[in-house]
Design a protein around this ligand. Structure first.
Ligand SMILES: [Zn+2]
Length: 341
């Protein structure tokens, strides 16, 4: 059980969120509203019918619903509303900075212009920054189960908006789509001066993490839970600045683990690995960021360990030194208040 003091401490912790898919914040209520607004017919007409679809058995069963609901997003206003809905949750949860994934290929395949998506998301971010003081940026993810040529075309399409992007990521179905397929795409993204990150080691093996590091030269690994299968990789991560963006409630909902006690996060911290806590697709996985931290406390993690996840998140963000320094100051005050340090 999380105590009232722990609950408040988690809310007050100056958290960053580095692994969040904006499309994964699409709550069923908003999906139905957008479908009605845009004249789209979904197979489910009531909230109850739609909610009943959320009982996933693995990553693919989640992705099937995820992509179907993404088709309700049609206009810049839809993307702005989606971003604002997320930032309202983020503000409630005490998030100070968010680096937010989106899937341009899926929206382009749905017939949208890249600029429509970008303009809506950026407007939402800008309103959210003013309203809540949350800083952030966008990371365009390559969908790995679409053809590599499509990834290259997407990269070309986003070149003209390079200044509006923090970086490039790699997401979607993992097994059977090793990072090495995208070596050229990531090389070009790095030439453009974009930060590079990739999902690896969620359902796929530790060897995918090694490929992402060696061939894509990523700065962060999204998930990376399977790194604990490979001691050499653990040592390598510990002696580098590479962070892992772990998402506990996602791992449990997609049955990567049955119980959060099976997650190797203690092991990562003890091994000196820069592991962070994030919410992934919170509308689908049962909780936003504070709920992820609280679920860890419920599974035996201490407030001190939660503080370490938070500090790692500030360190691993692409936030810039000035904002980082502000958050570290806030973090030190939090430690004085809640850990008596
Ligand atoms: Zn993810």
């Amino acid at each position: 059980m999380v105590t009232a003091l722990e609950h408040q401490a988690i809310l007050d912790l100056p958290k960053t969120e580095l692994h969040i898919h904006i499309e994964g914040t699409l709550e069923p209520e908003l999906a139905l509203e957008l479908a009605a607004r845009n004249g789209i017919t979904l197979p489910w007409s009531t909230l109850e019918e739609l909610r009943a679809q959320y009982d996933f058995v693995n990553l693919q069963s989640f992705l099937d619903l995820y992509y179907q609901l993404m088709s309700t997003l049609r206009t810049a206003q839809d993307f702005r509303d989606l971003m604002l809905a997320y930032l309202e949750h983020a503000h409630h949860d005490g998030i100070r900075h968010a680096e937010i994934f989106f899937d341009p290929q899926v929206h382009i395949n749905n017939g949208l212009e890249f600029d429509t998506v970008m303009d809506g998301l950026l407007e939402g971010l800008s309103i959210g920054r003013e309203r809540y003081g949350i800083t952030g940026g966008l990371i365009a993810c390559i969908v790995r189960d679409l053809p590599v040529t499509s990834a290259m075309d997407t990269l070309k399409a986003l070149e003209s908006r390079r200044e509006d992007l923090l970086g490039i990521g790699l997401d979607s179905a993992e097994v059977g789509y090793p990072p090495s397929l995208f070596t050229e795409v990531f090389s070009r993204a790095r030439e453009l001066g974009l930060h590079v990150v990739a999902h690896a080691g969620e359902e796929g093996p530790a060897s995918y993490v090694i490929e992402a590091l060696d061939q894509l030269q990523v700065e962060r690994i999204d998930h990376g839970i399977r790194c604990s299968d490979d001691q050499d990789l653990m040592h390598r991560l510990a002696s580098s600045d590479i962070a892992l963006t772990s998402c506990p409630l996602s791992n449990r909902r997609l049955q990567v683990v049955q119980d959060l006690r099976e997650l190797p996060l203690h092991q990562f911290l003890e091994g000196g690995i820069r592991v962070t806590v994030n919410s992934d697709d919170p509308a689908y996985f049962g909780g936003y960021l504070a709920a992820n931290y609280e679920a860890l406390i419920d599974s035996g993690y201490s407030l001190r360990e939660c503080a370490a996840f938070c500090r790692n998140g500030i360190e691993a963000s692409f936030i810039g030194n000035r904002r980082q320094a502000v958050l570290f100051e806030e973090y030190e005050r939090w430690c004085a208040q809640y850990l008596n340090e």
